[in-house]
Design a protein around this ligand. Structure first.
Ligand code: SAH
Length: 188
């Protein structure tokens, strides 16, 4: 996390708050998560240098960059084309070559590079996204906030030799995951 400068990912008017432990607005009703939660999710994911990681919710691209520091390749999906484009320019500028960004909904999975060793969902889902779980590789880990539109539990799912185990990592607050198997678009 020390290698990725959060100030580059927040809008100019929030620069003086870039290092505060708070979420910040990035436009289009979306937010860049608070650094503590980014750290917690990244720690739970335990991405390895040879891993292929799927991120659902590129947003600012901040978490994408942190994952790109740790894994072999990051595939990140964002439903807002303008956010994706902005993240693409920034990540290119920062020199990340192991990132592929796509515009669309990742709530139902993203077959392009499946199965994935790690899957990170950075928006709140009403339930465990089964299609994403299905595209998780053996010994894979999936981290996803699950709950209501307002409040979720951060859930870690592990696909072990004897099935899937589930662990709750505490309460979090994310913008809703919009799309198939998740929430309806309410104009955000
Ligand atoms: N990881 C981001 C946090 C972004 S907030 C960061 O570090 O900045 C969550 C993002 O998920 C929002 O940008 C929102 O538009 C996006 N999102 C919501 N539902 C989605 C879906 N089904 N597929 C892809 N992106 C989605």
């Amino acid at each position: 996390m020390r290698r990725v400068d959060r100030a580059r990912f927040v809008p100019p008017e929030s620069h003086d708050q870039a290092y505060d432990n708070i979420p910040l607005s990035i436009g289009y009703g979306q937010t860049i998560s608070q650094p503590l939660v980014v750290g917690l999710m990244t720690q739970a994911l335990q991405a390895q240098p040879s891993d292929r990681v799927l991120e659902v919710g590129t947003g600012s691209g901040y978490h994408t960059a942190i994952l790109a520091e740790l894994a072999a390749e990051v595939i990140s999906i964002e439903r807002h084309a303008r956010l994706s484009e902005r993240a693409r320019l920034l990540l290119e500028d920062l020199g990340y070559r192991n990132v592929r960004l796509f515009v669309g909904s990742g709530s139902g999975g993203w077959p392009v590079a499946a199965p994935y060793d790690r899957i990170l969902v950075t928006a709140g889902s009403p339930r465990i996204p089964v299609r994403l779980l299905a595209s998780l590789a053996k010994n894979g880990r999936l981290v996803v906030p699950v709950g209501t539109r307002q409040e979720q539990q951060l859930v870690l799912l592990e696909k072990g030799p004897h099935g899937v185990s589930e662990r709750s990592l505490g309460p979090v607050r994310f913008v809703p995951l919009i799309g198939e198997g998740a929430w309806n678009d309410q104009g955000d």
